[in-house]
Design a protein around this ligand. Structure first.
Ligand SMILES: Nc1ncnc2c1ncn2[C@@H]1O[C@H](COP(=O)(O)OP(=O)(O)OP(=O)(O)O)[C@@H](O)[C@H]1O
Ligand SMILES: [Mg+2]
Length: 255
């Protein structure tokens, strides 16, 4: 399995939209895909996919805390063909706090997902908008990160903070986390030079820009219907943008 953490501590940049839409495109390409809702807000679960949250005592949080030990298949729900989800549960809100005293607290998601490695080609982790232990768990479990960004000056500062966090995590734990690249989301050049110059600044960084997703109503519509974007609007420009991103992600994996 090749795992990406879709991460940015900045809120509302498109982590959940990209997790759901990119996952569906990878499944369309024929890959077995697992999405993990690591955000206690549960937007991937109840919002994007419309799946019910899991119930204690068998939740992702229970598993990460070692309160439930078993084959993680029991955590998984099916959303579409070849597209599975590990939903969140409200107990996730306490997870960050409760992981703090655990030995190996940054490795708990990796431990839970490990038995599934041969069942999937790709795993995408929807990380929460914070730089806490949950995000560290996502980064460690994935070893690769996709960073959604918006073309705003504030996104550049947030991005630097995230890159610093990744580097310090690598140093303190001795793990390696590859910054696979940025996905510029909700792009709308009509908003003027503040947006176009911010895009130029993002593109001049040493981190590759893997894709651009424009601001489009179909994205919110597919979310409301709880169906993948490529199913809701298969011929839209947004679907084409995500299919292109999926081909790139899949192509990088093949190298
Ligand atoms: N390209 C887009 N076009 C139109 N709307 C979008 C686009 N990307 C995201 N949105 C909308 O913006 C909102 C935030 O997106 P999303 O929830 O994916 O961000 P997030 O980074 O996961 O947020 P959080 O930090 O709260 O987890 C959602 O309502 C979503 O529907
Ligand atoms: Mg989200």
């Amino acid at each position: 399995v090749i795992t990406y953490s879709v991460t940015n501590q900045k809120g509302g940049v498109g982590k959940t939209v990209i997790t759901a839409a990119l996952g569906a495109c990878l499944a369309e390409l024929g890959y077995q895909v697992l999405l993990v809702d690591l955000d206690p807000q549960g937007h991937l679960t109840t919002g994007a996919t419309g799946l019910p949250p899991t119930e204690p005592p068998v939740t992702l949080a229970n598993a990460m805390l070692g309160e439930w030990i078993g084959y993680p298949k029991l955590l998984i729900a099916s959303w579409r063909d070849r597209l599975d989800v590990i939903p969140t549960n409200l107990d996730g809100f306490l997870l960050d706090q409760r992981l703090i005293p655990l030995r190996g607290r940054e490795y708990q998601l990796a431990r839970v997902l490990e038995p599934l490695a041969d069942d999937y080609d790709f795993c995408l982790i929807d990380a929460p908008p914070s730089l806490g232990i949950l995000t560290d768990n996502a980064l460690v479990a994935a070893g690769r990160v996709l960073i959604p960004v918006q073309a705003l000056d504030s996104s550049l500062a947030a991005l630097q903070l995230l890159i610093d966090q990744i580097r310090s995590l690598e140093q303190s734990l001795g793990v390696s986390v590859e910054i696979a690249g940025l996905v510029l989301n909700q792009y709308d050049a009509r908003r003027g030079t503040v947006v176009t110059t911010a895009r130029e600044a993002l593109e001049s960084l040493s981190v590759p820009m893997l894709g651009v997703v424009h601001d489009r109503a179909v994205i919110n519509e597919s979310w409301r219907r709880h169906v993948p974007l490529i199913e809701h609007a298969p011929d839209s420009t947004s679907a084409a943008e995500f299919r292109q991103l999926a081909r790139l992600v899949a192509g990088r994996a093949a190298v």
